[in-house]
Write a protein that binds this ligand. Structure first.
Ligand SMILES: *[C@@H]1O[C@H](CO)[C@@H](O)[C@H](O)[C@H]1NC(C)=O
Ligand SMILES: *[C@@H]1O[C@H](CO)[C@@H](O)[C@H](O)[C@H]1NC(C)=O
Ligand SMILES: *[C@@H]1O[C@H](CO)[C@@H](O)[C@H](O)[C@H]1NC(C)=O
Ligand SMILES: *[C@@H]1O[C@H](CO)[C@@H](O)[C@H](O)[C@H]1NC(C)=O
Ligand SMILES: *[C@@H]1O[C@H](CO)[C@@H](O)[C@H](O)[C@H]1NC(C)=O
Ligand SMILES: *[C@@H]1O[C@H](CO)[C@@H](O)[C@H](O)[C@H]1NC(C)=O
Ligand SMILES: *[C@@H]1O[C@H](CO)[C@@H](O)[C@H](O)[C@H]1NC(C)=O
Ligand SMILES: *[C@@H]1O[C@H](CO)[C@@H](O)[C@H](O)[C@H]1NC(C)=O
Ligand SMILES: *[C@@H]1O[C@H](CO)[C@@H](O)[C@H](O)[C@H]1NC(C)=O
Ligand SMILES: *[C@@H]1O[C@H](CO)[C@@H](O)[C@H](O)[C@H]1NC(C)=O
Ligand SMILES: *[C@@H]1O[C@H](CO)[C@@H](O)[C@H](O)[C@H]1NC(C)=O
Ligand SMILES: *[C@@H]1O[C@H](CO)[C@@H](O)[C@H](O)[C@H]1NC(C)=O
Length: 641
């Protein structure tokens, strides 16, 4: 080896060594990748936090993962920018990231079409574009041979047609295409045999039965019609099946009601019929059955009592009939039971049996037992109950004494019954109560002052999720006997700091509106209309900064109408029918003589409280609210003084 050759080797070595040293300090990212990323940011409408273009090492940027198998440069293999408030579009140049394995742009506000070539990545394993505003048809030619996780849900994609998808992407385990606008499009799943989780919109052709690895299948909120295929025997790992809100008809297939692995079934809001033939010998582990809002026919199946793990049983709005089966007393794990609007009868029998379900927390029996007598048996015990919902039954009798055993009670809805007598003061003893609806009954007498001491509304405890707080209850029912709540609005109402809605509309309350009620600082709705209240509207109410609905119409109020604060936003109709009340924004006016405006008689006696805040008992209660606000409560409001 000659000297020149030696020096060449030395020079080469020196150069390499220098590169290695640089690499170990700050391994540069590949030029192609840097260019691709620069192009990608051009289509975004803002800078990405943590991306510093003064450094050419994109591997150190936020959300980027590089493959460092080369010492000289890193290749970008992951771009994870989920939930970064990105707006703009996805540029074609992103396709330059040839080594891509993970792309996550979910939970942003990206719009526009996506580059077709994004669906031709050889190494891409995870593609998550969910929760954006992306549009357009998806490309029909998809080549993602390594894909395992594909989530395009909650966008505005308009079609998905790919016959070959499962042939070319046969390793896919997780597929979520739900909540798009696939007006047309099909996906043939039979060859996607690795699939474990499937969430779909649009058409699914046959082939579900071949997916023997499926753990969860959710095809809710689609347009599926016809009967369910009898293929569940082949889905040996399926634990959760949801097909709610479709147009399914026919019977429950034999393979479904005998499926051993299934734990959760949700088929609510379809038109399924026939008897509910769940075979509890086979489905011994099932925990949740939601079959509400179908055309299932009765009776309530006693055999369900053998499903000993059942915690949620939702059969509301079916044509069942009969009584609650005696065997239901064995459902020891049962926590949620809804039999509302199922044409069942005999409330005494129902409560006698269900009190043995010691874990029962939420019980909905509304729209049944027409005109029966509310049991007054003092021995009934519902010790775990947090929500009791029995409205629209026209039950006679009085507020049940046995409720005192339900110390955990948070929600009580006995509206639209014919319960009478005065309200006992023990109603204020429920430590956790935050929602009480006794409207449209025949109660009379004073509002017990103890109500203003409801522990959960006086002291801040756990709060409900915001989405559940907004409840509107509207009552307006003419009843024959004009008995009303009488007496004053207690000044101590001001203690209910956590109350969101107070509705005392259409009673016969008298006296003045206490100044102290401005202590209800969370109040959003205050309706005192159609009573016999006199005096002035306390000025302090302008400090109720969340108040969005206020109504004192049809009373005998006089004086100035407070102006300022939220009062600037209330319509004149909030103050109508008080002849001596001065209009807002007008200089002090002369007080007129007071004329009572409330016409007595044929008024309903209504007391209606909606407590929108308090200790949460979690998901089920939340579900109840959403369900209730869309179902039980008639919308619209009419004041008929
Ligand atoms: C950006 O990178 C340059 C060069 O590496 C460095 O000097 C500068 O401090 C960085 N800026 C930020 C905001 O990190
Ligand atoms: C590659 O190197 C960069 C910079 O040293 C480092 O931040 C990153 O975690 C490495 N990536 C992998 C996949 O090891
Ligand atoms: C994508 O990012 C979002 C937000 O960070 C995250 O919730 C989601 O789990 C990620 N997706 C995947 C497949 O990791
Ligand atoms: C399902 O496919 C049929 C036949 O191809 C089509 O008529 C229908 O519109 C499709 N429905 C949906 C929701 O894609
Ligand atoms: C599924 O795979 C089989 C065998 O490779 C093939 O004949 C069939 O056409 C495939 N089905 C679909 C819908 O791709
Ligand atoms: C799908 O299931 C059907 C019926 O069992 C069978 O004939 C077909 O071969 C299966 N297809 C695949 C790809 O396994
Ligand atoms: C099924 O999907 C629907 C719609 O996307 C969703 O509301 C529901 O919670 C899902 N069910 C389950 C059990 O995940
Ligand atoms: C019931 O399903 C229909 C579609 O079949 C849907 O339009 C409706 O909103 C659903 N109702 C509820 C309460 O989910
Ligand atoms: C119920 O399931 C058991 C156990 O799998 C089975 O032996 C029995 O035949 C099934 N009954 C019906 C009516 O299918
Ligand atoms: C009660 O169920 C019947 C059908 O079973 C339905 O027509 C009616 O609308 C339901 N009522 C309510 C308030 O859901
Ligand atoms: C009833 O609830 C308690 C407390 O959550 C639980 O420990 C117990 O296992 C439940 N009983 C049954 C039969 O599931
Ligand atoms: C309810 O059932 C019990 C026991 O079978 C019976 O004594 C009672 O008369 C029934 N009540 C009504 C209202 O049908």
């Amino acid at each position: 080896m000659g000297v020149p050759t030696m020096s060449l080797v030395f020079i080469l070595l020196a150069v390499m060594l220098q590169q290695m040293i640089q690499a170990s300090q700050e391994p540069a990212c590949h030029m192609n990748d840097l260019t691709a990323l620069k192009g990608f940011t051009k289509c975004l409408e803002q800078d990405i936090g943590g991306w510093n273009w003064s450094s050419s090492n994109c591997c150190s940027f936020t959300g980027i993962t590089c493959d460092n198998s080369s010492v000289i440069y890193g290749r970008v293999v992951g771009l994870e920018l989920g939930n970064k408030r990105l707006t703009g579009t996805i540029c074609e140049s992103l396709v330059g990231l040839e080594q891509f394995r993970i792309l996550n742009l979910s939970l942003n506000s990206l719009h526009g079409k996506i580059p077709a070539n994004l669906f031709r990545f050889r190494n891409l394993e995870v593609l998550d574009l969910s929760n954006n505003y992306l549009v357009g048809p998806l490309p029909s030619a998809i080549h993602l041979p390594s894909i395992k996780y594909l989530d395009l849900s909650k966008n505005y994609f308009s079609s998905f047609i790919s016959m070959q998808f499962c042939t070319s992407s046969s390793h896919i385990q997780y597929l979520d295409l739900a909540r798009n606008f696939f007006g047309e499009g099909s996906i043939y799943l039979e060859n996607c045999t690795s699939l474990q989780y499937v969430f779909l919109n649009g058409n699914v052709t046959d082939g579900i039965g071949n997916l023997s690895n499926l753990v969860e299948l959710n095809i809710s909120l689609n347009d599926f019609s016809g009967s369910l295929p009898d293929v569940f025997g082949r889905l040996r790992k399926l634990e959760s099946f949801s097909a709610s809100s479709n147009r399914l008809t026919g019977l429950l297939p034999a393979s479904l009601v005998n499926s051993v692995p299934l734990l959760r079934i949700d088929l609510h809001n379809n038109s399924l019929d026939g008897p509910i033939r769940i075979n509890c010998s086979a489905m011994a582990q099932v925990t949740s059955l939601h079959l509400g809002s179908n055309n299932f026919q009765g009776p309530v199946p006693a055999s369900l009592s053998s499903c000993q793990s059942l915690t949620v049983l939702h059969l509301a709005r079916n044509k069942l009939g009969g009584v609650v089966p005696f065997e239901f007393r064995n459902l020891h794990a049962l926590e949620f039971l809804s039999l509302g609007n199922t044409s069942i009868n005999n409330i005494s029998t129902a409560l006698d049996i269900l009190q043995h379900c010691k874990n029962l927390t939420i019980l909905d029996l509304g729209l049944n037992f027409y005109q029966e007598e509310m049991p007054s048996n003092v021995n009934l015990q519902f010790t775990s109950l947090t929500a009791l919902i029995i409205p629209f039954c026209h039950l006679r009798g009085s507020l049940p004494i046995w409720l005192s055993s339900s110390k955990m009670l948070q929600l009580l809805d006995l509206s639209w019954n014919s319960l009478g007598g005065s309200l006992p003061s023990r109603i204020g003893k429920f430590e956790y109560l935050f929602y009480l609806d006794l409207s449209n009954n025949s109660f009379s007498g004073e509002i017990p002052e103890s109500l203003t001491g409801l522990e959960n509304l006086v002291h801040k405890t756990a709060l409900l999720k915001e989405s559940c707080e907004h409840i509107s209850l509207i009552k307006s029912k003419e009843q024959g006997r004009p008995r009303l709540f009488t007496g004053p609005i207690w000044p101590s109402f001001g203690n209910l700091k956590n109350l969101h809605v107070l509705n005392l509309e259409e009673n016969n309350l008298s006296g003045s509106i206490p100044d102290s009620i401005s202590g209800m600082t969370s109040l959003e709705v205050l309706d005192l209309s159609c009573n016999n209240l006199s005096g002035e509207i306390p000025y302090s109410l302008v400090h109720l900064s969340f108040l969005s609905v206020f109504n004192v119409s049809y009373n005998r109020l006089y004086g100035d109408t407070p102006s300022g604060g939220q009062f600037m936003t209330f319509p004149d109709s909030s103050f109508d029918g008080n002849q001596a009340l001065c209009p807002r924004l007008v200089a002090p006016c002369q007080r007129k003589q007071i004329h009572p405006v409330v016409s007595p008689g044929k008024k309903m006696k209504i007391m209606d409280w909606n407590f929108g805040i308090g200790a949460a008992i979690g998901f089920l209660l939340c579900v109840f609210f959403c369900f209730k606000s869309g179902w039980v409560i008639p919308k619209g409001r009419v004041c008929r003084c």
